[in-house]
Design a protein around this ligand. Structure first.
Ligand SMILES: *Cc1c(COP(=O)(O)O)cnc(C)c1O
Length: 222
């Protein structure tokens, strides 16, 4: 089932789009099945759950190909040290306080941590992420942190009845990325747009997403 889901989705998406299989609440065996079907990127939203699965998947007898780990959920500063050890990409940088901690923890292990800036594009109070109007100033301040590498932007669309209703939010995020890139800061270009989940990934890709975060459409019976 997981394999079929992945083959079906892969056929629908242009090849530059990275599929992050979001495996929160799923077992290591389910993750293995996804990897066997060609998934190279695994997403988790809790650090502790990810660490446990990471260790199991990387057991010395494991025959699995190397995969990339993504933190798609909110990151608390007291979890940063653990997170830095395993995640290739953190999708949820949204405060200077968090940036300070990431930079410090990454420097301590000689790592440059790839991150995405989480933007609260819909402005809903319940959501994490920086306000779009603050994005440029925020990114300018981040350039002083040498152990952080900003790869792009991430957002979570509001819950809507029809995925078409998410389109304007995705478009706004792409326009924000373009605007930031027009500033042409030296050595700096945002390339990644992490938008689109199970209910709205097709619309997100039409609006320029090159990284979709998929849970249910991969791991549930369709
Ligand atoms: C759970 C989760 C997803 C995947 O959600 P689905 O709707 O199951 O595809 C994507 N992004 C984040 C941040 C999540 O927490």
């Amino acid at each position: 089932m997981i394999k079929n889901n992945i083959f079906t989705i892969r056929k629908l998406l242009p090849s530059p789009v990275t599929i992050v299989a979001v495996s929160k609440g799923r077992t290591v065996d389910e993750i293995k099945e996804a990897i066997e079907a060609g998934i190279t990127d695994i997403g988790e939203n809790r650090v502790q759950e990810a660490v446990t699965k990471y260790r199991e998947l990387l057991a010395p007898d494991s025959q699995l190909p190397a995969i990339k780990w993504h933190l798609v959920g909110h990151l608390q500063t007291n979890k940063v040290k653990e997170a830095i050890k395993i995640f290739d990409l953190i999708h949820s940088l949204d405060s200077i306080k968090l940036a300070v901690e990431i930079d410090k923890a990454a420097a301590a292990i000689n790592k440059v941590q790839d991150v995405l800036i989480e933007v609260n594009i819909s402005g809903e109070q319940s959501k994490f992420g920086i306000n779009p109007s603050e994005a440029i100033g925020f990114i300018k301040r981040l350039t002083e942190y040498k152990n952080i590498n900003i790869k792009g932007l991430m957002t979570i669309a509001p819950i809507v009845n029809d995925s078409e209703q998410a389109r304007p939010y995705f478009r706004k995020l792409r326009e924000l990325k373009d605007k930031i890139n027009e500033l042409q800061a030296p050595n700096f270009k945002l390339l990644t747009l992490s938008i689109g989940m199970s209910d709205d990934y097709k619309v997100a890709v039409e609006e320029g997403s090159n990284m979709v975060r998929l849970g249910r459409v991969i791991f549930s019976r369709q």
